[in-house]
Design a protein around this ligand. Structure first.
Ligand SMILES: CSC[C@H]1O[C@H](OP(=O)(O)O)[C@H](O)[C@@H]1O
Length: 348
């Protein structure tokens, strides 16, 4: 059975697959307001950089639809600015969210406050959702071309269909490599504290019939040393001008281990994940509630009032990355110069 859609528009309402319940329960929540959508992003009902961006676009469409026919300019402006503020403050690291809001701004500017804006924003969200699937299939094929036959690969967190408009970025590469008969197997790191690897990635790959083994993050060094995977393949939440990459916490650890063990390191992401306005050291890193560490699936696993540190992302320097794969091709040995050149190619 293919992975169910993370995002869908049905019966004139936004439906989000509640990823907090996976893999044991498939349940969609329905949304009719931007504020509720912002809460869903913050609470990780939906997660994953591209999926967050697409969902934010639907949130803006819901805000425009909520204003009703012939609103006053003040009512219109208040509704859309409140929606944009709530969505922009839901999660800080995935730049796709802000890229999608910019696309919504452009749509609103193009239509003014006429009646068509709600429909135009809804069509924008549909377009971003449909485009993302095609983009991921291109990313998958570009990345799979780098993988030699009979390869074992390691992946972290979930950069799959559930994190995108479908197919996935890192898992898109894995799906395309599997389709090409190149994979000996996949090791999926569980990815504490939210367990995207254990709960989402193993679930996606098993449903596709792809040989996947779940491991704790703590085992990564031992497995690289003993099983010698060819690649570590991850997604991204923000790629900076100098080629540094923000991704799920633990990615930086894997990059250091990979370099030490001669394992190549690949980042798979769409162009909408690039942020040329800053370098890696300036990427905002989301700090999430300590309860995500002191409790696991509701069960307390640390002393009450235990002080905890829960950064949701880290930044891997470009020097530890062998390839960044986008829908436009591959940036080998990323640097400020090669990233700039790639983004220029994408604009042409
Ligand atoms: C396809 S990008 C997915 C990206 O997002 C994940 O973070 P989160 O689950 O907290 O949204 C992780 O960083 C993945 O690589």
């Amino acid at each position: 059975m293919p992975t169910p859609a993370a995002i869908q528009w049905r019966d004139n309402q936004l439906e989000l697959l509640d990823q907090r319940l996976l893999p044991t329960e498939i349940h969609y929540l329905r949304f009719d307001s931007a504020a509720a959508v912002a809460d869903a992003i913050r609470d990780m009902v939906v997660r994953g950089a591209p999926a967050i961006g697409i969902t934010a676009a639907y949130g803006m469409a819901l805000a425009a639809r909520s204003v009703g026919p012939l609103p006053s300019v003040a009512a219109w402006t208040q509704a859309l600015s409140a929606a944009r503020h709530a969505l922009a403050n839901s999660r800080p690291t995935a730049v796709n969210l802000f890229w999608a809001l910019t696309r919504a701004d452009q749509t609103i500017e193009q239509y003014g406050n006429g009646g068509d804006v709600a429909e135009a924003l809804l069509q924008l969200a549909h377009q971003l959702l449909a485009e993302d699937l095609a983009i991921n299939q291109r990313i998958g094929d570009h990345g799979a071309a780098l993988i030699a036959p009979d390869s074992l690969v390691y992946t972290h967190c979930n950069a799959g269909a559930l994190a995108t408009g479908g197919y996935g970025t890192a898992l898109g590469v894995i799906r395309s490599a599997h389709a090409g008969g190149k994979l000996r197997g996949v090791i999926a790191g569980e990815t504490r504290p939210w367990l995207q690897g254990a709960r989402l990635t193993t679930w996606e790959l098993m449903q596709d019939g792809i040989d996947v083994s779940l491991a704790t993050e703590g085992a990564a060094g031992h497995l690289m040393r003993s099983l010698k995977p060819s690649w570590v393949i991850i997604g991204a939440d923000r790629i900076a001008a100098n080629g540094d990459v923000a991704n799920k916490i633990g990615s930086y650890n894997l990059a250091i281990l990979a370099r030490h063990h001669g394992v190549k390191f690949m980042v798979a992401a769409p162009i909408s994940t690039f942020d040329p306005s800053l370098d890696g050291d300036d990427i905002p890193i989301e700090q999430r509630p300590g309860e995500e560490i002191t409790h696991s699936r509701g069960a307390q696993v640390a002393p009450s009032n235990c002080i905890s540190l829960n950064p949701a992302f880290d930044v891997t320097p470009a020097s530890l990355i062998d390839a960044i794969v986008t829908e436009y091709g591959v940036i080998h040995s990323p640097s400020r110069e090669s990233v700039t050149a790639h983004l220029q190619t994408a604009k042409e």
